[in-house]
Design a protein around this ligand. Sequence first.
Ligand SMILES: [Zn+2]
Length: 267
Amino acid sequence: MPELPEVETVRRGLEPLVVGRRVVDAWGHPSAKFAAARDAVGLGVEAVGRRGKYLLVDLDDGRQLVVHLGMTGQLRLRPGPEVDPYVRAWWALDDGAVLELRDVRRFGRVAVVPAGEWGALPTLAAQGPEPWDPALDDGGLWRNLRRSRAAVKTQLLSQRPIAGIGNIYADEALWRAGIHPARRTVTRAQAARLLTELRTVLEQGIANGGTTLRDYRTVDGGEGRNQLELGCYGRAGLPCLRCGTELRRIVLDARGTTLCPTCQPRR
Ligand SMILES: [Zn+2]
């Protein structure tokens, strides 16, 4: 599933190609998740932003085209239309290019809403701060984590204490911070360390153009490179790169989770 670094990589790829362009035609699969694509017809693109894992395309009538890539979504800019049964929405631009949302499993979502009014998108509306928001410093992440007694990894995946984290970057950051993913409380010092490691792994992911395990692609159809840099995620059964203990896979709240039993003690 695309996480913050993958969506940010897509955002950076799209921005120079679509800002200043006008949407001259559009189509959305007639399900409630994609039909709104047509609402952007006739409008100019002013900016391409991001909030957590959501892309926010500012339109020149004060609304935003919101795109969530779900599990398998790919946004690609093509020189012209192409027959592909997995394209769920497309937007033709005034320079002849076509922006396509390809989504095999259809967990993605398209909406056009007044800018910043996200009530129709509760997951977006309820997100915590962006990872680099100063509100998370000086104990901010620790206070956010204290609002729930769920496991720390499950809380990260909820997007509420902090936005943009999914399975890969959660496992990486918790391993680097030495925190067991099932812990229900963390100390203020542990939360500070976790914030540092989250920022590090997200920045590394962005610098590497995202992590491609299966479906994720950049705007030009290329693969990210961050899968080559992962220290924990996907390495169950292999020795921990820090201590040599065999990394273990557990299932935590229905999510596969990799951890080091030595570096990440349960208590
Ligand atoms: Zn270890």
